[in-house]
Every structure is written in C-alpha cells, then in structure tokens.
Design a binder for this molecule. Structure first.
Ligand SMILES: [Zn+2]
Length: 72
C-alpha cells in the first residue's frame, strides 16, 4: 500500500500539482495547468522512489518550482 503524498496548489497559478514519473527512474511534480515544475529527483529502487516522491512534493509545497515559459 502506498503512502499518500499531499500536494499543495501550484505556487504560480493555484492549479493542481501532480507527481510525474519519467522513464521509471526519476520523478518531479508538475502543474497540470501552467506547466511549472520542480527539479527531477532520480531513484534506483522502490525505497528511493518513495523518498524521491516525498522530496519533490516537499519542494513543490514550499514553492521551489521552475516556472514554465512555454505558452500553450
Ligand atoms: Zn500552475
């Protein structure tokens, strides 16, 4: 059973943040609305994966995000 990770609203637009895994070896939090995102955190196993998820969630929740300049 997976531990629930709470994500605050996007610090830029108050959209919904979501955990995005890429390639099965790194994770970031990305805003579904404006595309702002945290840095990627890499992991190599299930334990590190959980730690990585918590780390990016923490970065997101304190507002450490990279604002996307790509308009859509
Ligand atoms: Zn946003």
């Amino acid at each position: 059973m997976e531990e629930l990770i709470e994500l605050e609203e996007c610090p830029c637009c108050r959209g919904n943040g979501m955990l995005v895994h890429e390639g099965g070896w790194n994770v970031q939090v990305e805003c579904a609305d404006c595309g702002s995102h945290t840095v990627f955190v890499e992991y190599e196993n299930e334990t590190e994966k959980l730690e990585a998820e918590h780390k990016v969630a923490m970065l997101w929740n304190i507002g450490k995000v990279i604002k996307s300049n790509i308009g859509e």
